[in-house]
Design a binder for this molecule. Sequence first.
Ligand code: ZN
Ligand code: ZN
Length: 334
Amino acid sequence: MSAFHVWGIFARLCAMQIANQIVTNPVARGLNIIGDRWTMLILRDAFLGRHRFNEFREHTGAARGTLANRLEGLVEDGILFKQLYCQSPERYGYWLTEKGLALYPWTLLLWEWESRWGSGGGGGPVPLQHHLGQEHGLKPQCICRHCRQELRYDDVKRVISPDAEPVPASEISKGLGSQRRSRQQTHSGSDQALSHVVGILGDRWTTLILAAMFIGLHRYDDIQQQLGIATNILADRLKSLVDSEVLARSEYQSSPPRFEYRLTEKGKSLYGQTMALRQWVLDNLPPVAHPFRLVHASCGEDLAVDVVCGECKQTPQLGEVQFERDPETLEQAL
Ligand SMILES: [Zn+2]
Ligand SMILES: [Zn+2]
């Protein structure tokens, strides 16, 4: 066997290894369940105390069929349960299960990210308030479960396990190829809270590209090859991420022109919620063999995260957090 052939096999194995890292990545598994625009908006509403089909319809702005489909998907995945709340006419509502409620820390981080980076204006989320002891502003923080330090993107190492079974890159695109973006389909009266973050993360291809960025892929050709993604979809999603200032593009070769993409400060600040979603998968879904471990460099422990209030360092519980203004405060603001 020639050196060329050996190199070819090695390169293919490396490609499969990276593909495997993405497809079996807990983050990708989590996004497979909830990384969809409508699903994210339904979860937002469920945490805001909305339960009825028409409430979801009004606030998400989703079409009836789309909404029914996503609600059933969330019931099948054990995140919502369905219960009769009216006998005549027969009406069912949807409530969060324990597994669904465990997404609360992730939701808080999405809210925080939106407050920081959203376009602002009347439709954006109001700052969170923590009603624990003396009421105070809530800035949710993603921290290491072991050393309790705040998690930073640059402070996490990947440790590869060489004996993991590789997955072909084609596996990654299963169920994703036909997904279209549905940005403009909400009606004008829908609730705009989280609209910016959902506009970015509510598309599985986009989030898969971000997952690739978080494990160190930066060049167009590498991402295209490793994800097995169609060039037009990749170009569209990368442009959108650059337009949203989550990624910055730079030319690393002029002839022929070749580009690479780096996470901006705004992009890196999605890391906490990404790790909170990973933790939800690890804590709530059956374990799957994965070819690498994440290690928190500061303490050397396998990465596990918690979300706490930056002010009082307690884990915010449902019912302690105020998402919306008091009517009185709202009146004053108006
Ligand atoms: Zn640590
Ligand atoms: Zn607090």
